[in-house]
Write a protein that binds this ligand. Structure first.
Ligand SMILES: O=C(O)c1ccc(O)c(O)c1
Ligand SMILES: [Mg+2]
Length: 666
C-alpha cells in the first residue's frame, strides 16, 4: 500500500514536514496550499528536495469553491485554476484536489456541475493534471461521496476522478459499501482520518478533532476493505486536522502517523481475510491473512500476529540509590506486605513480591529525580514475535546490553518513556537474591547473550520463588496500572497500546480534580471468567509535561500500581498494623456513600475506620484504598467482588482532591 501524509497534519515549516515525513518512511505527501505559500522555498526547490528525500508529491490541495456557480464566476474560476496548474507543473505534481463548493455555490444542478467539472478537467488535461473531486461533509449541495462519484461519472472525462475522505464519509454516517461500485480507476485519491464520535457541527469536528487511524472510533478497516475491492491502488494518505499534532514535535508525530497506517493496513488485511473466510470477527488463519493481503490490486503488508497479553508480569519503579525517597519507597512496600527478594546479582536493583505481584525497584536513577514508574512487564506467548511486531510498528527497542547469565528480555519504549517488556515467563526473578547460582538461568549465559527462547530452562524454579508469599497474604496480583500521559502523546499512546499490545480502548471518561479535568482512558484485554488479564488506565492532564526522563517531570502528576488481594479489609488492617501511610479519606465521602448505597452501619464504620473506598457496578462491588505518594508514585490495593469490572471511577475525584491537598500542604 502506498502511504502518504498531508502537510496539514504536521507542525513546522514545509521543509521540516517533508524531512519528517520522509524519515518516518512515507511514500508521498499532500501539499497544502498555505504550506507552499508561506514557504521561502521556490516550487522548483520543493520539487528537488522531495526528489532527494525519495518522497512523492502526490496531491496539491485544496482548490476550493469551483463548482455550482454562474457562468461569469465559472470563467474566473478556470483562470484561477490555470494558475494553479502552472504552479503544479513547476512542482512536478499531477493531481489536484477540488473540494465541493461550500462558499460561492448558488446553483443546485447536477448537469451544470458535471459540465463545469468537465471543463476544468479539459483545462487540466492540457497541463498534464488530474482533478480529484471530493465531497466535503458540509458542502452546500454536494456532501455525499456517492453524489460526487455520480457527477464525476456524468462528466465523463479521463482527467476527472473522485477523492474519498473517510472523515467526510463516516462523520455523516454514509454507508461505505457502495464504494465498491465506483470503478477503481475513477478513485483518484484516498484520504484517511479517524475521529472520536462527538456531537458537534461537522466542520469544527473535522478541523480540530481528527486523529490518526486507530486513535478514534471510525471503522476504517471496513472502509479501506471496500476501497481495495473497488480495485484502487493509489496513495492512502493521512489528512488529519488536529490542534495537538499541529504543535507537537514533528518527527514524533510523523512516526505516530506512520504507525497508524501500518496498523490500518494490517487491520484491513485482517478484515478482508475474516470476510473471505466468513469467520466474522474471529481471527483469520495465517494462510487466510496471506491470501487477503495479495487478493487485490492494492497489496497489504501484514505484521506478526500476537495475542493480547495474559497478565502483568511486573512493574518497575525507578528511584535514586541511597536517596531518602528510595528508603521511603522500600518502607512503603514492606508496609504493604511485600517481601524483599533480594538484590539483582549485577545491578543496584531489588525485587519485591506479594503473591504474584512483582515490583522491581531500580535504583539506577540519577540523584535529584523523583521516583517514577519506569517499566511494565506484560506476559506474552512469544516475546520475539511480539517485539518484532512492535518494531515493525515503529516502536523503539530499549537498548539493553546483555550480561552473561541474564535473561534476554524484549522491550520497547512506550510514547511516554515507560519501558514495555514482553515477558514469556518469570525466570528473570532467579537473578535476584543470594541463591542465584542455583537459578535455572545461571548456566545458560554466553558472551553474546543470544539464545532462543525455547532453549531456555523450564522456568519453574523462577515461577515458584516469585509466586511464594510471605506474611500469609493469600493470593495477590497486579490488578491494574495507571500511567500519567503528557497531553502531546495521549492519542499516540492509545494507538501504541492497541497496535503493539493488542489492548482494547474503552470509552474515555473525564474526572474532576482540583487542578483541572483529567481524561481517563482505560485500555484492557477482553472480559473473561475470573476477570480481565490486563487493565491499564492512561490519565491525560494538561499539566503533565513531556520529558524524555520520567522522573524529571515535576511531581504534580501521579501514577500508580494497584494490587488485587483476596481479603481487602484484613489486608488493610495488617497494613495499618505495619504503620502504612494511607491516603486519608474525608468524612463527607462516607456520608455520601451512605446516602447512595444505604450500607450496613458496621460495614460503613469499617470503611471509615480504615480509609477504604467502595463502589458498585451491575455485577458486583469494589473495595479499595490508596497509599500516600512517594514522588509521583503511589499504590492502590483493591478487591473485586462478584466480577466487578470497573476502577472505582466515582471515587477518583476524592483521590485527586486528597492528593492535591497533600501536595499543597493542605
Ligand atoms: O476543511 C477543509 O476545508 C478541507 C479541505 C480539504 C480537504 O480534503 C478536507 O477534507 C477538508
Ligand atoms: Mg479531505
Amino acid at each position: 500500500m502506498r502511504t502518504g501524509i498531508a502537510t496539514v497534519c504536521l507542525s513546522g515549516t514545509l521543509e521540516e514536514k517533508l524531512r519528517a515525513a520522509a524519515k518516518a518512511g512515507f511514500g508521498g505527501i499532500e501539499i497544502f496550499e498555505t504550506d507552499l505559500v508561506t514557504s521561502p522555498l521556490s516550487p522548483e526547490h520543493v520539487r528537488a528536495l522531495a526528489a532527494d528525500l525519495g518522497l512523492g508529491l502526490d496531491l496539491y490541495q485544496p482548490f476550493r469553491d469551483f463548482d455550482s456557480v454562474p457562468e461569469e464566476l465559472y470563467r474566473a474560476n478556470l483562470r484561477r485554476a490555470e494558475a494553479k496548474f502552472r504552479l503544479m507543473g513547476r512542482l512536478g505534481m499531477d493531481t489536484v484536489l477540488v473540494c465541493s463548493n461550500v462558499g460561492t455555490a448558488s446553483i443546485d444542478d447536477d448537469a451544470l456541475r458535471a459540465e463545469q467539472l468537465h471543463g476544468l478537467a479539459e483545462l487540466a488535461a492540457r497541463h498534464g493534471v488530474k482533478v480529484a473531486y471530493e465531497a466535503l461533509a458540509w458542502g452546500t449541495y454536494v456532501n455525499d461521496y456517492e453524489h460526487a462519484a455520480r457527477i464525476v461519472a456524468d462528466a465523463d472525462h479521463p482527467n476527472l476522478g473522485t477523492c474519498l475522505d473517510t472523515f467526510h464519509i463516516l462523520s455523516r454516517g454514509w454507508d461505505t459499501e457502495p464504494i465498491e461500485k465506483i470503478p477503481g480507476e475513477k478513485i483518484f485519491f484516498v484520504q484517511v482520518a479517524d475521529a472520536p464520535k462527538l456531537s458537534m457541527d461537522v466542520l469544527s469536528w473535522s478541523r480540530h478533532y481528527r486523529v490518526f487511524p486507530g486513535e478514534g472510533q471510525f471503522d476504517l478497516p471496513k472502509f479501506l476493505g471496500h476501497v481495495a475491492r473497488a480495485g484502487y491502488n493509489g496513495p492512502v494518505s493521512l489528512e488529519v486536522f488536529n490542534d495537538t499534532f499541529r504543535q507537537a514535535d514533528v518527527e514524533r508525530t510523523a512516526v505516530d502517523a506512520m504507525r497508524s497506517l501500518i496498523w490500518l493496513e494490517e487491520r484491513t488485511a485482517r478484515h478482508l481475510a475474516a470476510e473471505a473466510a466468513g469467520t466474522g470477527s474471529g481471527a483469520p488463519s495465517p494462510a487466510e491473512l496471506a491470501r487477503a493481503s495479495r487478493a487485490y490490486a492494492m497489496p497489504l503488508t501484514t505484521l506478526p500476529q500476537v495475542a493480547p497479553p495474559t497478565g502483568i508480569n511486573f512493574a518497575e519503579v525507578i528511584s535514586a540509590d541511597g536517596a531518602p525517597r528510595t528508603a521511603e519507597l522500600e518502607r512503603l512496600l514492606a508496609q504493604l506486605g511485600f517481601a524483599s527478594r533480594g538484590e539483582h546479582r549485577t545491578k543496584p536493583v531489588s525485587l519485591w513480591t506479594l503473591g504474584d505481584a512483582r515490583i522491581v525497584l531500580n535504583r539506577q536513577q540519577a540523584r535529584g529525580l523523583e521516583p517514577a514508574i519506569s517499566a511494565l512487564g506484560f506476559d506474552v506467548e512469544d516475546g520475539v514475535a511480539a517485539a518484532a511486531r512492535a518494531v515493525q510498528l515503529r516502536a523503539v527497542p530499549v537498548p539493553r546490553p546483555s550480561q552473561a547469565n541474564e535473561e534476554i528480555l524484549q522491550a520497547v519504549n512506550a510514547p511516554d518513556g515507560t519501558e514495555v517488556f514482553l515477558c514469556e515467563d518469570t525466570r528473570w526473578v532467579a537473578e535476584f537474591g543470594e541463591d542465584q547460582a542455583d537459578g535455572p538461568a545461571a548456566d545458560e549465559g554466553t558472551d553474546d547473550g543470544e539464545r532462543s527462547p525455547s532453549s531456555a530452562g523450564t522456568g519453574s524454579a523462577g515461577q515458584t520463588s516469585a509466586g511464594q508469599t510471605s506474611g500469609g497474604a493469600g493470593t495477590a496480583r497486579i490488578d491494574h496500572i495507571n500511567l500519567a500521559q503528557p497531553w502531546q502523546h495521549f492519542d499516540e499512546a492509545v494507538l501504541f497500546y492497541s497496535s503493539v499490545l493488542a489492548l482494547t480502548p474503552e470509552a474515555s471518561q473525564d474526572v474532576s480534580s482540583p487542578s483541572g479535568l483529567v481524561r481517563s482512558q482505560v485500555m484492557q484485554t477482553a472480559d473473561r471468567p475470573g476477570g480481565r488479564a490486563v487493565r491499564l488506565a492512561l490519565n491525560l492532564a494538561p499539566w503533565i509535561q513531556s520529558d524524555s526522563v520520567k522522573g524529571a517531570r515535576t511531581d504534580t502528576f501521579q501514577e500508580h500500581v494497584a494490587i488485587e488481594v483476596d481479603d481487602l479489609v484484613a489486608h488493610a488492617r495488617a497494613c495499618r498494623g505495619r504503620g502504612l501511610p494511607f491516603l486519608p479519606i474525608p468524612e463527607n465521602y462516607y456520608e455520601d456513600l451512605d446516602a447512595r448505597y444505604d450500607l450496613e452501619p458496621a460495614f460503613l464504620a469499617t470503611l471509615r475506620e480504615l480509609d477504604l473506598l467502595y463502589d458498585r457496578d451491575a455485577r458486583g462491588a469494589f473495595l479499595h484504598f490508596y497509599t500516600a505518594s512517594v514522588g509521583s508514585v503511589f499504590f492502590e490495593v483493591v478487591q473485586r467482588l462478584g466480577g466487578y469490572d470497573g476502577f472505582g471511577a466515582p471515587n477518583a475525584p476524592v483521590r485527586h482532591a486528597v492528593q492535591h491537598a497533600a501536595r499543597h500542604g493542605g
